[in-house]
Design a protein around this ligand. Structure first.
Ligand SMILES: NC(=O)c1ccc[n+]([C@@H]2O[C@H](COP(=O)([O-])OP(=O)(O)OC[C@H]3O[C@@H](n4cnc5c(N)ncnc54)[C@H](OP(=O)(O)O)[C@@H]3O)[C@@H](O)[C@H]2O)c1
Length: 305
C-alpha cells in the first residue's frame, strides 16, 4: 500500500509535507534501542503509509541515527522528506555546547550528508537558536547551503517568535519544530508568528514523550512531567471509548486538529520503534474530533503551559 496520508505545501519555498511523519530519535536513544534492520522496517513502512517526513538529528546516537535512517531510505530516497538537525557539539563525558558559526554550519551539513548517504537534505533545522554567533550568521550560512543545492528547505527548532522573524528576514523558514501536545502547549505563544509568516509547524513529542500513548497507567508521571493535567487521562479515555480507538490516538488527533484551529500546515512526528504503533499513529490522523470534544480536551490541558 502506498501513500495513504495526504500532503500539503509547507512554507513558501516549495516544501510539500505529509500530514504526519516519523520521529526516529528513540531508535538510538538509548544506544541499544533498535537494531538497524528493525528500524529500517519501521521507516520503510512509514514511507509505505505516506508518513514520509523522516526526522533525525546529528546528535542522536552521535551520528549513528543518521546513518541508520540514511541506509533505510537509500533505495527509495525520493519518497522521503529527509529532515535532520545540527547545532550541538559534544564535549568530554556528557557535556555539550551549541555552535552556529558559518564554518561549523558547513562542516555539520557535509558530515550529515555523508552519514545519510545522500547529496541533499530536504529540511535542515538549526537545533536551538542559542549559539555562539548572531542568528543571522547561522541562517546566512544555511541559505548558502540552499544556494549550493545541499539543502532544500530551512527549519528552526524551539525558537521564539522574535527569533523566527529574525531568521525569516535572512532566508524564508519553511518549518518550526517544537514540542506540541496536550501535555506541552507553550509553543502556542509563537504560533501566531508562524501563521503570519506562512511557516509550517512540526510538533515533536506529540504523544507527550510517550506518556499520553502508553498502554499502562502513567497518570503519576504525567502529573509530574506536565503539571495541571490531572483530569486529562480520564477525558482522553472517555473520548477514545466513543470513537472505539486508544486514548493515545485521541491525543495525537488533537495535535492534527491544530492545523484546522490555526490555519497552517502541521505535521506531527510521533516516534515509534513498532509497526503496530506506527499503524495506530497513522490512523489517528484520520480521526475527526468534534468541537465539543476539542473543547473538553482544551479544558483539561492549560494552553500556556
Ligand atoms: N527538536 C527537538 O529538540 C526534538 C526533541 C525531542 C524529540 N524530537 C523529535 O520528535 C520525535 C518524537 O518525540 P518523542 O519520541 O520524544 O515523543 P513521542 O512521539 O511523544 O512519544 C514516543 C514514545 O511513545 C511511544 N509510542 C508511540 N506510538 C505509540 C502507540 N501508538 N502506542 C503506544 N506507545 C506509542 C513510543 O514507544 P514505542 O517505540 O514502543 O512505540 C515512544 O516511547 C523524536 O523521534 C525526534 O525525531 C525533536
Amino acid at each position: 500500500m502506498r501513500t495513504t496520508l495526504p500532503t500539503a505545501p509547507m512554507g513558501a519555498t516549495g516544501l510539500v509535507a505529509p500530514v504526519q511523519g516519523l520521529g526516529c530519535m528513540r531508535m538510538t536513544e538509548p544506544a541499544t534501542a533498535t537494531g538497524p534492520s528493525a528500524a529500517a522496517t519501521v521507516i520503510n513502512r512509514a514511507l509505505d503509509l505516506g508518513a514520509t517526513m523522516i526526522d533525525t538529528s546529528d546528535m542522536y546516537g552521535r551520528g549513528r541515527n543518521e546513518e541508520m535512517v540514511g541506509r533505510a531510505v537509500r533505495h527509495r530516497r525520493d519518497e522521503a522528506v529527509l529532515c535532520t538537525r545540527f547545532g550541538v557539539v559534544f564535549g568530554p563525558g556528557d557535556s555539550w555546547s551549541m555552535r552556529g558559526d558559518a564554518p561549523f554550519v558547513r562542516a555539520s551539513c557535509e558530515a550529515s550528508l555523508k552519514r545519510l548517504g545522500t547529496d541533499v537534505i530536504d529540511l535542515y533545522y538549526l537545533a536551538r537558536p542559542h549559539v555562539n554567533v548572531a542568528l543571522e550568521e547561522t541562517i546566512g550560512a544555511m541559505a548558502g547551503l540552499v544556494a549550493e543545492g545541499k539543502v532544500r528547505h530551512i527549519g528552526l527548532s524551539e525558537v521564539s517568535g522574535a527569533e523566527l522573524r529574525r531568521a525569516h528576514a535572512v532566508h524564508p523558514v519553511s518549518a518550526v519544530q517544537s514540542e506540541w501536545s496536550l501535555g506541552a502547549r507553550r509553543i502556542e505563544a509563537m504560533v501566531p508568528d508562524c501563521v503570519e509568516l506562512g511557516v509550517g509547524v512540526v510538533p515533536f513529542s506529540p504523544n507527550g514523550r510517550g506518556l499520553l500513548s502508553a498502554r499502562d497507567d502513567r497518570s503519576a508521571q504525567l502529573a509530574r512531567t506536565f503539571p495541571g493535567r490531572e483530569d486529562l487521562p480520564g477525558v482522553l479515555r472517555d473520548i477514545a471509548t466513543g470513537h472505539g480507538v486508544r486514548p493515545g490516538q485521541i491525543a495525537l488527533a488533537w495535535v492534527h486538529h491544530r492545523a484546522r484551529v490555526w490555519g497552517i500546515p502541521v505535521t506531527p512526528i510521533p516516534g515509534t520503534r513498532r509497526l503496530d504503533h506506527l499503524q495506530e499513529n497513522v490512523a489517528a490522523a484520520g480521526i475527526a474530533l468534534t468541537d465539543t470534544e476539542l473543547a473538553r480536551l482544551d479544558a483539561v490541558s492549560p494552553a500556556g503551559a
